[in-house]
Design a binder for this molecule. Structure first.
Ligand SMILES: NC(=O)C1=CN([C@@H]2O[C@H](COP(=O)(O)OP(=O)(O)OC[C@H]3O[C@@H](n4cnc5c(N)ncnc54)[C@H](OP(=O)(O)O)[C@@H]3O)[C@@H](O)[C@H]2O)C=CC1
Ligand SMILES: CCCCCCCCCCCCCCCC(=O)[C@@H](N)CO
Length: 311
C-alpha cells in the first residue's frame, strides 16, 4: 500500500505481452500502445502477430514507440527463455513489464481426459506463464533492473467445479507462484501482480466451448462475461494501482476476498464486507450447484456410454 502510492505509467516503457496476438493479450497490447508504451508480442502463429502489430500501429501515439513480435512456443523452459532473450537482444535490455497472457483450457469430464490432456492442461495453464516469469526474473536481476511480472490466472484459481480438472489446478498453481514471488522478489524490487479473470469473450473462449461439458456451460451461465477490452482495462487499472490480487468482476471478488491467504488486499475495508457476503452466498450457491450436478447424473451416464467410457 505504501510502497506503491504512485500510479504506474507505461508511457515510454517496454511491455512484453505473451499471448498478445488475440483475446485478452491483444486488447491489452492495444491499450498499452494507446498509453504510449513500446509493445512486444510473443506467441506462436506469425500471421496473427503480423495482423496484431498492424493494429498496434493504428494506435501509435509517438513516433518513437516500437512494436514488434517474436514467435516462440512458451510452454517449455527453453522456448520461454529464448523468447525473453530474443527481446533482450532486440531492445538492448530487459523489458519493464512482462504481461503473461498466453494460455488456454480444454474443459472435459475428468474421465474423458487422456494423460496427454492432463499434462497439456498443466503446461497451458501454469508452465506457459511460469517459464517466462523465471527467465524474465533472471534477466532483470542479472541486469540490475526492477520491473513488473503480471500473471493471468482465472476465477477458477479461487474456486472450481465440474469440467475443469485439466485447467483449474494450473491456475491455482499460478496463485501460489505469484504469492511466493511477491515475497521473494522484494529482494530485487520486482513487483508481482496476478489477474483472476472471469469469463472473457475471446477466440480462446469460443474454442473451449467446443469441448465444454453441458453441465459446465450451465453453471457458468451465472458469470458476467467481459469483452477482452473490458478485461484489459480492469487488469491495467489494477496493475497501475499496484494491486497484487486483481479480480475481474464481483463474483471473483467474493471468492478472492474469502480466500486471500497471505496476499495483500487491494482494499481491506471492502474485503471485510465482501468476505461477509461470501460467507453467506457461497454455501448457498454451492448447494444449488451440487443439486444441478446430481440432477445431471442420468444424462451424464448416457454421455459416458456414448463415448464408450463404460467399457
Ligand atoms: N477466455 C476466458 O474465458 C478466460 C481466459 N483466461 C486466461 O486468460 C488468458 C488469455 O485468454 P484468452 O484471451 O481467452 O486466450 P486466447 O486463446 O484467445 O489467446 C491465447 C493467446 O496465447 C497464445 N498462446 C497460447 N499458447 C501458447 C504457447 N504455448 N506458446 C506461445 N503462445 C501461446 C496464443 O497464440 P498462438 O496460439 O499463436 O501461440 C494467443 O495469442 C489465458 O491465460 C487464459 O487461460 C482466464 C479466465 C477466463
Ligand atoms: C455467490 C457466488 C455466486 C457464484 C456464481 C458462480 C458462477 C460461475 C463462475 C464461473 C467462473 C468461471 C470463470 C473463469 C473461466 C475460465 O477460466 C475459463 N473460461 C477458461 O478459459
Amino acid at each position: 500500500m505504501f510502497l506503491n502510492s504512485r500510479k504506474w505509467d507505461p508511457r515510454g516503457k517496454s511491455c512484453y505481452v505473451t499471448g498478445g496476438s488475440q483475446g485478452l493479450g491483444l486488447a491489452l497490447s492495444v491499450l498499452l500502445a494507446k498509453k504510449g508504451a513500446n509493445v512486444t508480442i510473443v506467441a506462436r502463429d506469425v500471421k496473427k502477430m503480423e495482423e496484431a502489430v498492424k493494429l498496434l500501429e493504428e494506435h501509435r501515439q509517438e513516433p518513437s514507440q516500437v512494436f514488434r513480435y517474436h514467435s516462440f512456443s512458451l510452454n517449455s523452459a527453453d522456448g520461454a527463455a529464448a523468447a525473453v532473450e530474443a527481446e533482450r537482444a532486440a531492445a538492448g535490455g530487459p523489458s519493464d513489464a512482462y504481461f503473461l497472457c498466453a494460455g488456454n483450457s480444454k474443459p472435459l469430464y475428468w474421465l474423458e481426459n487422456t494423460s496427454e490432456d492432463l499434462t497439456a492442461g498443466m503446461d497451458q495453464a501454469y508452465w506457459v506463464q511460469a517459464w517466462t516469469a523465471h527467465a524474465a526474473s533472471k534477466l532483470l536481476v542479472r541486469e540490475k533492473r526492477t520491473g513488473k511480472i503480471v500473471f493471468i490466472s482465472s476465477t477458477l484459481a479461487l474456486m472450481s467445479f465440474v469440467g475443469y480438472t485439466s485447467y483449474s489446478p494450473g491456475k491455482h498453481a499460478l496463485k501460489g507462484l505469484a504469492e511466493t514471488l511477491r515475497s521473494e522478489l522484494l529482494l530485487y524490487g520486482i513487483d508481482i501482480h496476478i489477474f483472476f479473470a472471469p469469463t472473457m469473450l475471446t477466440p480462446g473462449y469460443d474454442e473451449e466451448m467446443k469441448t465444454k461439458p453441458y453441465i459446465t456451460k450451465k453453471i457458468e451461465e451465472d458469470d458476467s462475461a467481459l469483452t477482452s477490452e473490458q478485461a484489459a482495462a480492469i487488469l491495467f487499472k489494477g496493475v497501475a494501482k499496484g494491486h497484487h490480487h486483481i479480480s475481474g468482476n464481483f463474483i471473483t471478488s467474493l471468492f478472492r476476498a474469502s480466500s486471500r491467504g497471505s496476499a495483500p488486499s487491494p482494499n481491506a475495508f471492502a474485503d471485510f464486507f465482501l468476505d461477509n457476503i461470501a460467507w453467506i452466498a457461497i454455501p448457498i450457491w454451492r448447494k444449488l450447484t451440487d443439486r444441478s450436478v446430481i440432477a445431471h447424473r442420468d444424462e451424464h451416464q448416457k454421455y459416458l456410454e456414448s463415448k464408450g467410457l463404460l467399457g
